[in-house]
Design a protein around this ligand. Structure first.
Ligand code: AMP
Ligand code: ZN
Length: 477
């Protein structure tokens, strides 16, 4: 059984797709006016893990992700500056150049983190016609009004407004909306379409039934999600900051237009925070994946760092915590590398004992992930397996390493930690043979022979290292 926490009902619920074996999910993508920060990337690692876990459960997944390249103002309350315009002014480029540049930078980050490419990635500016059609539908049904040159959604006409945000809603909205827009009839109303009256120098603008202008931020997700996935679809994801305004407004406009729910399950990741504050692009002092790479960190060690905390728990970022994750990640990779090396050369039958151990671990691993993406417990089950292998090394048969190695590749389908062969160094067979002989000598306490093998390995330009999870070999020149 799979269980996910649904923000809408505030309960963990058992999950089944609405139709057949395909899960239709929508992930709110980035606003491309700057690099995404590592907090944003936590949101995409979470959505990717969700997708991978569904795949591991033999579901097909159709995932749509938008790129917000228009309409997102600095305040969620439809006031403040246009984020894209700010980016363009900051860098002396056009808004279109800014959008292309930061979309590509985001895609590179996604690749570095082995985040599976969404089935469909759709930019808001490529779907303006779709957004206009949805606003027209809302207008026909009487959910909109015109004020100060903008088209507003009238939340007073939509009874269920704010259900997603629940009790916390009022407080959070009050915080988000310190500045007021005097055009609004109700406090929570939001803009569907801005006309030229807002920014005369706006580069991105389109003709519409209400005048030349551009869409409000929320309408793009409603329009594209239902266009590509239908309504209702299965799962909608995003960070918790989207609950009180963006997702609340997506629900209001989509449900008002179609008279049915937008999505079945709403899943939200908690924030990555630093000791002093939450990490925010608009604050300007954020960490990017590129800056971690410059400091020598493997992006997948950052992914491992994120997965060690369940997605609904707040995660505090410090370099000490990241360093601890690096060593955990390295020991996992070393163990898998070692199992692969041993598996590669031996074509023997594995033991029934290994089969039992792996099946027990597999059950634990899946149960952890199927319980609202319990990645910390899933990772713990892998380390438990490594410890058990270390403890019982004497009684393992040479044939046991092939299924052991394969199991980690299976687990990695869900974790995306790059435990597969492509990341492993190419160590010549002659060197691994020497390493195995050295290990045998050490087991037999023939220390002089073991040292001689080590010297031979080092002379050939490699170093052997004995770690808790086995011996590793590294090229040193
Ligand atoms: P944005 O580009 O601001 O729309 O954000 C992209 C995604 O990152 C959204 O799903 C946000 O909810 C999420 N997000 C923003 N800041 C953080 C953070 N500090 N930690 C985790 N997720 C975040
Ligand atoms: Zn969205």
């Amino acid at each position: 059984m799979i269980q996910f926490y649904n923000t809408l009902t505030r309960k963990k619920e058992s999950f089944k797709p609405l139709k057949g074996k395909t899960v239709r999910m929508y992930t709110c993508g980035p606003t491309v006016y700057n690099y995404v920060h590592i907090g944003n990337l936590r949101a995409y690692i979470f959505a990717d893990t969700l997708r991978r876990v569904l795949l591991l459960n033999n579901y097909r997944v159709k995932q749509v992700m938008n790129i917000t390249d228009v309409g997102h103002l600095t305040s969620d309350a439809d006031i403040g500056e246009d984020k894209m315009l700010m980016g363009a002014q900051r860098e002396g480029k056009t808004v279109w150049e800014i959008a292309t540049f930061y979309t590509e930078a985001f895609m590179e980050n996604i690749g570095d983190l082995t985040i599976l490419s969404p089935t469909i990635v759709c930019a808001a500016t490529d779907h303006i016609w779709l957004q206009i059609a949805l606003i027209q539908k809302l207008q026909k049904k009487g959910y909109t009004y015109l004020a100060g040159g903008n088209v507003y959604f009238d939340t007073g006409k939509y009874k269920n407004y704010g259900a997603l945000a629940g009790l916390k809603h009022k407080k959070e909205i009050a915080i988000a909306r310190v500045e007021k827009d005097s055009n609004k009839k109700n406090q929570h109303d939001f803009v569907l379409w801005f006309t030229q009256s807002k920014f005369q120098d706006q580069d991105m603008k389109w003709d519409s039934p209400w005048g030349v202008g551009y869409p409000g931020w929320h309408i793009e997700c409603s329009a594209m999600a239902t266009y590509y996935l239908g309504q209702p679809f299965d799962i909608h994801t995003g960070g918790i900051d989207h609950i009180p305004v963006h997702h609340t407004n997506e629900i209001a406009q989509s449900e008002a237009a179609a008279g049915k729910p937008l999505a079945h399950v709403w899943m939200h990741n908690e924030f990555l925070v630093t000791a002093s504050a939450k990490m925010a692009k608009s604050a300007g002092n954020f960490l990017t994946l590129a800056s971690l790479k410059e400091k020598g960190y493997d992006p997948l060690a950052y992914r491992f760092f994120c997965l060690q905390t369940q997605y609904r728990q707040q995660l505090q970022f410090t370099f000490d915590a990241l360093d601890a994750a690096v060593s955990g990640y390295e020991s996992l990779r070393c163990a898998v590398e070692e199992y692969k090396r041993r598996a590669g050369r031996v074509k023997k039958k594995s033991s029934a004992r290994m089969a039992v151990l792996l099946e027990k671990t597999r059950k634990k691993f899946i149960a952890a992930l199927n319980d609202d993406l319990g990645t910390p417990a899933a990772i713990a089950s892998l380390f438990e397996l490594i410890r058990s292998v270390n403890k019982n090394q004497q009684s393992l048969t040479p044939g046991d390493y092939a299924p052991l190695h394969s199991f980690f590749l299976y687990a990695d389908c869900a974790l995306g930690l790059g435990l597969d062969t492509k990341r492993m160094q190419d160590i010549p067979q002659a060197i691994t043979a020497l390493a195995l002989k050295r290990e045998q000598a050490r087991k037999e306490k023939q220390w002089a022979a073991a040292d001689a093998f080590r010297e031979e390995i080092e002379e050939a330009g490699y170093a052997v290292q004995d770690t808790q999870s086995g011996t590793t070999i590294q090229k040193i020149r």
